[in-house]
Design a protein around this ligand. Structure first.
Ligand SMILES: [Zn+2]
Length: 316
């Protein structure tokens, strides 16, 4: 079992040093899950450094997962580049790397469970048909396939309303209902990110997901999937979304440039974007010096810190 291997690897680590009052609490397990569709850019540095500081400042584990579930988006060599970037930033991870491309059997098991319980159903609709309904899935196949239609994908049957959930940084959150029943297994036979992410967070024992703000609207559905799959609840916190000067989202899919500055600059810029006052005397310091300073700062902030905004703009 993959999860058994990960737990074995984790238990071989020296136990984290925890204050007496917290000694009986389960250790925090955070993670960073880049998709190897390109090298890390300034926006992914926010998620990497933010999740690292949160987990490590609580003496927790920080795991790494390559979200290469969508084989069409994977770029050769990108995963290696990401690992080298993380090493240069001084972001050391625990245990073996989890590769989603090796975990299809687990996603299939989860889907089988959902089908058995009546929570997943086959869908025959094409993209074009869904576009004709304004782009949101109208639930055409919810009560069975129409005569003569063939299943192309599998969808999750979601409730009309999701429970309100609490984001660590942004407080109570509602889930937009217009998203419709999301796809779990796509027509091209790739498992959807939504399902893979929840299954892997469960298998890796992740207790807190600190990630980019673009994933905030998926969280209600992910929490619902966790409950259907009997997985432990995860705490979610969404970091500021990095935007271009024109307000558009900076992401790999929009061909954002890779981060090419020095690792020390990467820390300084990212901490600034996260709303930290960075000391002028650290300007030009190494990644290790920045990391050690930031960890000492983060340990003194309870609980962790509050990013100032839901989106930030990269300084020119
Ligand atoms: Zn359908």
């Amino acid at each position: 079992m993959e999860s058994a291997r990960i737990h074995q690897a984790m238990s071989s680590l020296s136990p984290p040093i925890m204050p007496q009052a917290q000694a009986r609490k389960k250790p925090v397990v955070g993670r960073f899950a880049p998709s190897p569709s390109g090298p890390l850019h300034a926006g992914s540095l926010i998620a990497a450094i933010g999740s690292y500081l949160s987990a490590r400042s609580q003496s927790g584990l920080w795991l790494l997962r390559m979200e290469d579930v969508d084989g069409d988006r994977v770029r050769p060599g990108a995963a290696d580049t990401i690992l080298r970037q993380l090493e240069a930033l001084g972001l050391d991870w625990d245990g073996p790397i989890c590769w989603q491309s090796q975990r299809h059997d687990y996603y299939q098991q989860a889907l089988d469970h959902l089908i058995k319980e009546g929570d997943a159903y086959p869908c025959a609709c094409t993209r074009q048909e869904i576009r004709q309904h304004g782009g949101n899935y109208p639930g055409t196949c919810r009560h069975g396939l129409a005569a003569g239609r063939t299943a192309r994908s599998w969808r999750l049957r979601v409730p009309q309303q999701f429970p309100v959930w609490k984001d660590r940084f942004h407080g109570l959150q509602n889930t937009p209902p217009e998203q419709g029943d999301p796809v779990l297994l796509r027509a091209d036979n790739y498992f959807a990110y939504l399902l893979a992410c929840v299954v892997d967070d469960g298998a890796q024992g992740v207790s807190e997901v600190i990630r980019g703000g673009d994933l905030r609207t998926f969280t209600g559905v992910q929490r619902y999937l966790q409950s259907l799959l009997h997985l432990p609840r995860t705490e979610y916190g969404h970091l500021p979304l990095l935007c271009n000067a024109d307000g558009s989202k900076l992401s790999k899919s929009s061909q954002s440039p890779a981060w090419t500055g020095s690792p020390g600059q990467g820390w300084e810029t990212t901490l600034g974007l996260l709303g930290w006052d960075t000391p002028a005397e650290l300007h030009g310091a190494s990644a290790e010096q920045w990391r050690n300073w930031a960890l000492a700062e983060a340990r003194g902030k309870t609980p962790f810190w509050h990013p100032p905004a839901t989106s930030v703009t990269l300084p020119l």
